[in-house]
Design a binder for this molecule. Structure first.
Ligand SMILES: Cc1cc2nc3c(=O)[nH]c(=O)nc-3n(C[C@H](O)[C@H](O)[C@H](O)COP(=O)(O)O)c2cc1C
Length: 233
């Protein structure tokens, strides 16, 4: 049987991990340049190492090439512009309260501030929000789905996979936008790509090369202090 030796973490590994986790950010403006297939394959290969319950690996990615993304973008923008309600596969939060509402509001306001959008400017806020359906101009989108039969823990596994995908992409110099906004139109998107209802859409990930000089890509979020996320007893 083939076994691999376990090596303890090295300082270099830790440094690299810190650099990657601190350097990644959600990109919201892309260059049109496509990402080579070898790079996409390497990102997915690394993300595929993610742990999952019983090693079920319930994630599946439908990755759109640049051409397919263009057709999808046009169809999604048309659909979203004409549709008022949401139609997700996984239930969306009904309300954000307390610290969650605060963090959400703070991130939103600061994003708009970066773009010079006044708090009361509903039109520009709506236009920025609609950028989600333009996939922020990204040349690619991945649709993340999970088997309906496996229930919430498969969504946990998919979340871990998504996290690894974002970091692996960043390590390749590829920027990413995880997007639950796309899951608002899950049924439309699954129908567009021929994904049956035996799978549930978790979210989309738009990706490509960041437009470095776009102000929106200068926006960085903070994180809650450790005592809000951990209690050692
Ligand atoms: C599952 C998931 C869904 C998200 N959905 C959206 C989205 O629909 N639109 C968006 O602009 N950002 C979305 N984000 C990005 C978050 O807003 C972002 O990760 C958070 O504000 C922290 O910022 P950072 O990614 O730049 O560190 C999503 C992130 C995750 C993990």
């Amino acid at each position: 049987m083939h076994t691999q030796s376990t090596s303890s973490a090295s300082a270099t590994d830790l440094e690299a991990l810190r650099r990657l986790t601190s350097g990644r950010f959600t990109c919201r403006a892309y260059l049109p340049k496509p990402v080579p297939n070898e790079v996409i394959e390497s990102i997915v290969e690394i993300a595929g190492k993610t742990a999952s319950w019983c090693n079920t690996q319930p994630w599946h990615l439908l990755v759109a090439s640049a051409q397919t993304t263009e057709r999808f973008r046009a169809a999604l923008m048309e659909h979203a512009a004409q549709t008022s309600g949401i139609d997700p596969d996984l239930p969306f939060p009904e309300e954000y309260r307390g610290a969650f509402a605060e963090r959400r509001r703070d991130a939103g306001y600061r994003l708009y501030e970066t773009l010079g959008i006044e708090r009361g400017d509903k039109d520009r806020r709506a236009a920025q929000s609609f950028e989600n359906f333009r996939l922020f101009g990204a040349p690619h989108v991945a649709i993340v789905t999970m088997p309906a039969e496996l229930g919430p823990y498969a969504a946990v596994d998919c979340g871990a996979f998504i996290g690894a995908f974002l970091l692996a992409a960043h390590a390749h110099g590829v920027s990413t936008s995880p997007q639950a906004a796309l899951a608002q139109h899950a049924k439309f998107i699954r129908a567009h790509f021929g994904i049956g209802d035996e799978r549930l859409m978790v979210c989309g990930i738009s990706f490509g090369y960041a437009q470095a000089d776009h102000p929106v890509n200068g926006f960085r979020t903070g994180r809650a202090p450790q005592d809000q996320l951990m209690r050692i007893v």
